[in-house]
Design a protein around this ligand. Structure first.
Ligand code: MTE
Ligand code: MO
Length: 221
């Protein structure tokens, strides 16, 4: 098992359990569906509440201390404090979320900055093809730039008209609704644009590199 990307993230009992599930192929139905015909992806069930799932550390990042570094293969690297983040073009979106542990939650109303606006600002270099997100709890996750740039993907600071709760990644988290929710890093600290891919915390522990819920890309083979 390679662990070069997450030296600061801890191994907990839940981490080990989820890693076992990945090895066993837990929850796999073997069914494929299309997002335009089936709103609920295969093997998922709906929840009304919003579960909290993370490594079990709750980093204490106030809006005063929060900084977001955007760097790597970009023309205009940024370091944003919360005021600078709030000064970016703001948008709203209502999306469904799908966790690999099989819960889905419909109609979450978010406010924040669309990744496409962030991308326009930093101007990725021509050969940038991936991003790696890093978080204040030591978590990391990777996405193809194309997935990160999805039309409805955002850096969110509010949910249902209220500031995003700390348990759910406040002050600012990623929200990429077309992929399993482990790609949506909470307590976002860094976005590195890269020419090469670099699997993150779950991706090196047996989770799929992309994580499309409708194709049931839960685990790597
Ligand atoms: N920083 C960080 N982000 C994270 C995680 C984490 O452990 N740390 N867990 C991921 C997983 S596995 C899921 S399912 C979602 C859960 O988000 P929620 O707790 O707001 O439901 O956050 C994702 N983002
Ligand atoms: Mo998850």
């Amino acid at each position: 098992m390679t662990e070069e990307t997450d030296s600061t993230a801890p191994e907990t009992k839940l981490t080990r359990t989820k890693q076992d599930w990945a090895r066993e192929g837990r929850f796999l139905t073997g069914r494929h569906a299309r997002p335009d015909t089936e709103r609920l992806p295969p093997g998922q069930h709906l929840v009304k509440n919003w579960p909290v799932l993370d490594l079990g550390l709750l980093p204490d990042v106030s809006t005063e201390r929060w900084r977001l570094t955007i760097n790597g293969a970009v023309e205009e690297p940024q370091i944003w404090d919360f005021a600078k983040f709030q000064a970016q073009p703001q948008g709203e979106e209502t999306t469904d979320i799908h966790c690999v542990t099989t819960w889905s939650r419909y109609d979450n109303r978010w406010a924040g900055v669309f990744t496409r606006d962030l991308i326009a600002k930093v101007q990725p270099k021509r050969d940038a093809a991936f991003v790696v997100l890093s978080s204040y709890d030591g978590y990391t996750t990777n996405l193809a730039l194309e997935d990160f740039a999805a039309e409805d993907a955002m850096l969110v600071h509010a949910w249902e008209g209220r500031p995003l709760e700390k348990e759910h990644g406040g002050p600012v988290r990623l929200m990429v609704p077309h992929l399993y929710f482990w790609k949506s890093a909470k307590w976002l600290k860094g976005i590195e644009f890269r020419t090469g891919d670099q699997p993150g915390f779950w991706e090196v522990r047996g989770y799929h590199n992309r994580g499309d819920p409708w194709a049931e890309e839960r685990y790597s083979d």
